[in-house]
Ligand binder design. Structure first.
Ligand code: T6T
Length: 362
């Protein structure tokens, strides 16, 4: 074979070998279980999508892997966060894996976090399901040398500079006291500044929803007695329980003016109970979180305000900070990154900003 042809033959051989090796090294892609009905806690349920060539660089076999441990499977808020994280990872040419429990529960979330450590991920973004119970498991992951970033919820008191827990590099999430205040001020305005409010919440110990309740209580206190808080119930993140509890309160408090649903499932159940009782437009509902169903309830006048968080941006930001940590620039990461809200009402629901803020359902 002439020398030039032999050189091209060798190049061809090397290229084919490289392609074959690349195909062997590609991680398996599995669809995320978003049904919420089965446990997502097994290793098999963890999803791994290497970045492909569309935007940014392709992830190499030795590219770092960023893990997301979310709060609960089947929740549009975390589905949207995972999308943001995966798309940012893809654009940066790194790998992403995501997993979370089938219930919003630290006992179920801990083994999922442990499994991420055991598989040797390079950074972890985590929405802790309890601000105390998750400190120790997260500390273990940090002690294994893995940079930890809180997304959505925090541990300790969330002050990662001066608080009791400082090992997470950052807390990326909404200002939830402010969110609760926005929701209940809107309700108070719609009630004409007086009347009775009831809060549907998840369970004590979750940083986000505790703070939303606090913000709502502050808004009520600022009315100097014109508005009364008639009660708070905890539904353990179940819309069915939220609906039952709200129905009981509607019976007990015939002159109830408004309900604050402090997260997606709380608000979904509350809105359903109000509609079922034929009290649409009489009992006002503020809906924290923005799945498509909440937007329908808004259009049907069951709900007066939908407070959309920005979970997609939370996922993106966590990738950015993970990469900074992996590049040795952890000291440049801010200890707190508030992501903001889009307040959606019937007046702006068709705006581009509101439409973009609606959560993905898969
Ligand atoms: O409201 C979000 C999240 O911010 C909260 O921590 C838990 O509930 C949601 O995931 C909505 O279901």
């Amino acid at each position: 074979m002439p020398v030039r042809r032999r050189v091209w033959f060798l190049f061809g051989l090397i290229a084919i070998l490289a392609l074959a090796l690349g195909a062997c090294a590609a991680p398996v892609t599995a669809p995320t279980d978003d049904s919420g009905s089965e446990s997502a806690s097994t290793e098999a349920a963890a999803t791994e999508a290497p970045a492909e060539e569309s935007e940014g660089e392709a992830a190499a076999g030795d590219a770092p892997t960023i893990a997301l441990v979310y709060g609960v499977a089947g929740d549009g808020f975390y589905i949207t966060m995972e999308r943001g994280l995966r798309e940012a990872a893809e654009a940066a040419g790194v790998n992403a894996v995501a997993d979370g429990p089938s219930q919003f529960d630290p006992v179920q979330q801990t083994p999922i976090l442990d499994a991420m450590v055991a598989r040797g991920v390079d950074a972890i973004c985590i929405a802790a399901t309890d601000k105390q119970a998750m400190v120790e498991p997260m500390q273990r992951a940090n002690d294994a040398g893995i940079p930890i970033i809180s997304v959505d919820t925090f541990v300790g008191d969330g002050d990662y500079e001066n608080g009791p827990v400082t090992f997470p590099l950052s807390y990326v999430g909404s200002d939830n006291v402010e969110g609760g205040r926005i929701a209940c001020n809107a309700l108070i305005d719609n009630m004409g500044g007086e009347g009775k409010i009831y809060i549907q919440n998840v369970k004590p110990g979750v940083s986000t929803t505790d703070q939303r309740e606090q913000g709502c209580r502050e808004a009520i206190e600022a009315t100097n007695g014109a508005v009364e808080l008639v009660g708070v119930d905890y539904n353990d993140d179940s819309a069915a329980v939220a609906a039952e509890q709200t129905a009981a309160v509607l019976q007990r408090e015939p002159d109830l003016g408004a309900v604050f649903g402090a997260n997606l499932f709380s608000a979904q159940g509350a809105a359903q109970a109000v509609a079922n009782a034929g009290l649409t437009g009489v009992v006002r509902v503020a809906n924290f979180d923005a799945p498509e169903a909440a937007i329908e309830d808004l259009r049907n006048e069951v709900v007066d305000i939908v407070i959309a968080q920005l979970p997609y941006e939370m996922g993106q930001k966590c990738v950015e900070y993970s990469l900074m940590a992996l590049d040795g620039n952890a000291d440049e990461i801010p200890a707190r990154w508030p992501t903001g809200y889009v307040e959606i009402t019937r007046d702006n629901v068709d705006s581009e900003e509101a439409q973009n803020a609606i959560y993905s359902s898969n």
